[in-house]
Design a protein around this ligand. Structure first.
Ligand SMILES: Nc1nc2c(ncn2[C@@H]2O[C@H](COP(=O)(O)OP(=O)(O)OP(=O)(O)O)[C@@H](O)[C@H]2O)c(=O)[nH]1
Ligand SMILES: [Mg+2]
Ligand SMILES: [Zn+2]
Length: 296
């Protein structure tokens, strides 16, 4: 039987069978298809075999249509966060906590084979010039951006229109309001939410495991807040292609990495303010991250 994973925790994967959640475990120790340490994530489709009414064995995992991936520094390997979504919704708050620019760029790099949309939540709070500039930067780059507040019905309707009839994943730092938005969209008090600390302005990591929630025309994966989203280990020479404003073909040499090469079109565009300094800085940080990691 082919099933989709709704919850994944401690190597137990929950799927719906006969309208109830049942627990699945991997048959044997490892899935042959897995290269990351977590072989199955929420959103994955798996082939299962029932062992009784409440339990099943996982026989296989189907190929993913899309996924989100990051580097896990503790385990020193890549980690898949979620799979098979139609849209990745990167949620940030315009205030409390304020936006970490690098996070947005890392989220773009982490999203494989599906579009990313930026939601800026808590628009009822004061917005600073800095936050305005950041939002406009991503809008001008061509990313869909939506400003929301759980207290503003019109903005929730706007978000609903974008995500209905699709499977979407909400990712973002802790405390930005992912679960609050989901509660607004799906059901009043489905997901636990808690206040951002006044002192540190950080969230309290209220959501601790990812889960797929559905109601009517909405299917949303809620994920725990992530403070840093390190780029997955890949060929450092590929990172430049995640930056859509980089004129990779306009460079003198087709293997240019836009770091200190003479006649580099990207460096020229940077000098002429055609490329934002913060975006370029993000690129260099990501590039050095991956190169540095390869050394040890
Ligand atoms: N002012 C304001 N506060 C909001 C809004 N949305 C959420 N909050 C508050 O922000 C706090 C954090 O919300 P959560 O939904 O728990 O945030 P989260 O992103 O799910 O956090 P984690 O589960 O820790 O990743 C709560 O106190 C919410 O009431 C909003 O639109 N405006
Ligand atoms: Mg949450
Ligand atoms: Zn170049």
């Amino acid at each position: 039987m082919k099933k989709q994973v709704y919850l994944a925790s401690n190597n137990i994967y929950s799927v719906y069978h006969d309208n109830k959640l049942i627990n699945c475990r991997i048959k044997g120790k490892k899935l042959s298809t897995s290269l990351t340490y977590n072989p199955i994530v929420v959103g994955d489709f798996i082939e299962i075999e029932l062992t009784d009414n409440n339990n099943a064995l996982v026989l296989n995992r189907y190929d993913r249509n899309s996924y989100m991936i990051r580097y896990n520094p503790k385990r020193r390997c890549n980690q898949i966060i979620c799979a098979n979504m139609d849209i990745l919704i990167c949620v940030n708050a315009i205030n409390k906590p304020y936006i970490m620019e690098g996070f947005l760029d890392n989220a773009i790099c982490a999203t494989v084979d599906c579009p990313i949309i930026f939601v800026f939540n808590k628009k009822d709070l004061n917005i600073s010039e800095r936050e305005k500039r950041i939002i406009n930067l991503y809008k001008d780059l061509g990313y869909k951006t939506v400003l929301t507040s759980i207290n503003d019905e019109d903005s929730i309707t706007k978000l609903k229109d974008i995500i209905k009839d699709k499977t979407v994943t909400f990712v973002g730092p802790s405390g930005v309001g992912k679960s609050s938005l989901i509660n607004k969209i799906i059901d009043k008090d489905l997901q636990e939410v808690s206040e951002v600390s006044n002192k540190s302005q950080k969230g309290r990591h209220t959501t601790v495991t990812s889960c797929l929630l559905e109601k009517d025309r909405f299917r949303i994966i809620d994920t725990p807040g992530v403070q840093t989203l390190l780029i997955a280990s890949e060929d450092p020479e590929q990172i430049k292609y995640h930056f859509k404003e980089f004129d990779n073909l306009g460079c003198k040499f087709n293997n240019c990495n836009h770091i200190n090469e003479k006649g580099c079109k990207v460096l020229e565009d940077l000098k002429n303010n055609k490329i934002s300094e913060t975006r370029y800085l993000s690129y260099i940080t990501l590039y050095n991250d991956v190169v540095g990691r390869k050394k040890w």
